[in-house]
Design a protein around this ligand. Structure first.
Ligand SMILES: Cc1cc2nc3c(=O)[nH]c(=O)nc-3n(C[C@H](O)[C@H](O)[C@H](O)COP(=O)(O)OP(=O)(O)OC[C@H]3O[C@@H](n4cnc5c(N)ncnc54)[C@H](O)[C@@H]3O)c2cc1C
Length: 460
């Protein structure tokens, strides 16, 4: 077997000179250095793809050698889904972004990150729907969902997907868009990387010369009242205003409550809509200003450190009600290190108006996504791993009883098949059928975990 694998990889290296790397190579080290510190599996080989044909060859080699396969785009999956113990397809060199002449869409290569897109769109006063961090891969974000600061006005990133060029498990190259491979197009919007390697996406662009955005910081001692007032104000906020909330360690390690409002409506109106958020308590800092959309996404950059060990949990709440606010305040008071944090993402407005059967994404009602995060760098303390993991689990447990079924599939780990299934709700059966059709051998099994048809039927 090993000989067959080595022969296949030798042939592949000959077909793609300089584009196949192994442990010990610089290219290998760069491609496998993902956001979350890898534990366990590392690829036997990495194929640094530059074209559709490279991807075809990589898939064929993995299949003929019986190697597992994974795809690395922006490398910001917390569970390290980009890594497997077989062959990793690295799209890091496929980062082109081309804005269409009519300025209404952009073609984005499969390995581009949000900052690659922003570099092309910001100078034109245009914006694509991204997440809230510029380092995250656009394909990974969009295929699984894409909550972000523009969600109320323009929906999820996946609601703005217009087409995708996909290399399928059998090597065929297809375009999925309205009118062509519509079932695949439906499944790609929410089903993650389960159906093939997405070499490029075309996404809708929006005229957005500026946003009004920044960080508002309140003391943790006022957490309950600040969060309550913010939650009370939320229903009357216009859809153009999105507010992300965080409970995080401040510069001195003591927790603070931060609010990141982003106004993406008419210029000149933002300050008035954000004004009530400045009066929620004792404001410690305020960096809100009119800035380019890309600049607004750099707010979190200094805090996004690559290579830390990370535990993450997720759930969705119908609203940030008193029980949820109590849970946030209580659990953050027991944080085991400054790497513990809770973030929210809003889901409302344009996102909630998309019909539940329009895409594979299953939770299409107003809700608040909760991200529970515990990162640490120092692995010399053997108990650190256990303490951080336990804190994340305990925190998730505090939302039991008020959370909607499932969680955000993009943040669910490899063992979370049942929760991923619950997140797809009424779309699960169709999604599994499409997976079965396009990837019957489950070649892309490192993606968001989906139950097999057999399991889904057995569970009914
Ligand atoms: C710091 C941080 C901030 C985040 N912020 C947000 C946010 O604001 N909003 C939000 O919705 N999510 C957010 N996420 C979650 C993020 O959207 C997912 O983790 C996403 O999968 C990351 O995509 P990536 O391309 O960077 O990751 P990768 O690790 O490169 O890819 C993850 C997986 O996605 C699939 N995939 C990626 N690209 C392709 C492709 N071209 N073809 C086929 N499959 C592909 C593959 O299964 C791959 O293994 C954040 C994550 C992190 C770590």
């Amino acid at each position: 077997m090993t000989e067959q694998i080595e022969n296949t990889l030798r042939v592949l290296s000959g077909q793609l000179p300089g584009r196949v790397s192994r442990p010990g190579d610089e290219q290998y080290a760069a491609a496998t250095a993902i956001w979350a510190k890898p534990v366990g599996r590392m690829p036997r080989t990495v194929v640094h793809c530059r074209s559709l044909q490279d991807i075809q060859l990589a898939i064929a080699a993995a299949r003929s050698a019986g190697l597992s396969l994974s795809v690395r785009s922006g490398g910001h999956d917390w569970a390290g889904r980009a890594l497997c113990d077989g062959l990793m397809i690295d799209l890091g060199e496929m980062r082109h972004v081309v804005v269409s002449p009519d300025r209404r869409s952009a073609r984005i290569s499969g390995g581009a990150r949000a900052f690659d897109v922003l570099a092309a769109t910001d100078p034109l006063g245009l914006a694509a729907v991204t997440g809230s961090c510029s380092a995250v891969g656009m394909a990974g974000l969009t295929l699984g969902g894409g909550y972000g600061p523009l969600i109320g006005r323009f929906g999820l990133a996946l609601d703005n997907l217009m087409a995708a060029d996909v290399v399928l498990a059998d090597g065929r190259i297809v375009t999925a868009e309205p009118g062509h491979n519509e079932d695949l197009f439906w499944a790609l919007r929410g089903g993650g990387g389960n159906f093939g390697v997405v070499a490029a996406i075309r996404v809708r662009l929006h005229e957005l010369p500026n946003v009004v955005s920044g960080m508002l910081i309140y003391p943790f001692a006022e957490a309950r009242s600040v969060l309550r007032r913010s939650a009370e104000a939320a229903p009357s906020m216009p859809e153009e205003l999105t507010v992300q909330i965080g409970a995080v360690a401040g510069p001195d390690g003591v927790p603070v409550i931060l609010l990141v409002p982003t106004w993406c409506g008419s210029q000149g109106e933002g300050d008035a809509h954000i004004a009530p958020l400045l009066k929620l308590g004792t404001l410690l800092d305020n960096t809100v200003d009119a800035v380019r959309y890309g600049t607004s996404l750099s707010v979190f950059d200094p805090h996004i450190v690559n290579g830390q060990r990370t535990f993450m949990e997720t759930c969705s709440l119908p609203a940030l009600d008193d029980a949820a606010i109590d849970a946030v305040a209580e659990t953050m008071a027991k944080a085991v290190s400054p790497g513990c944090a809770i973030f929210t993402h809003e889901f409302r407005g344009a996102a909630s108006r998309v019909g539940v059967d329009a895409t594979a994404f299953g939770v299409c009602r107003d809700h608040v996504l909760i991200e529970i995060l515990a990162s640490f760098a120092d692995r010399s303390d053997p108990s650190a791993e256990r303490r951080h993991q336990q804190w994340v689990r305990d925190t998730l447990g505090m939302f039991d009883g008020i959370a909607l079924p499932g969680g955000y599939p993009n943040l669910l780990g490899p063992g979370d098949t049942a929760r991923a299934a619950a997140s797809y709700g009424p779309n699960l059966e169709r999604l599994i059928g499409i997976k079965q059709h396009y990837d019957p051998d489950n070649v892309f099994r490192s993606a968001i975990p989906l139950p097999s048809v057999r399991h889904a039927i057995a569970a009914e």
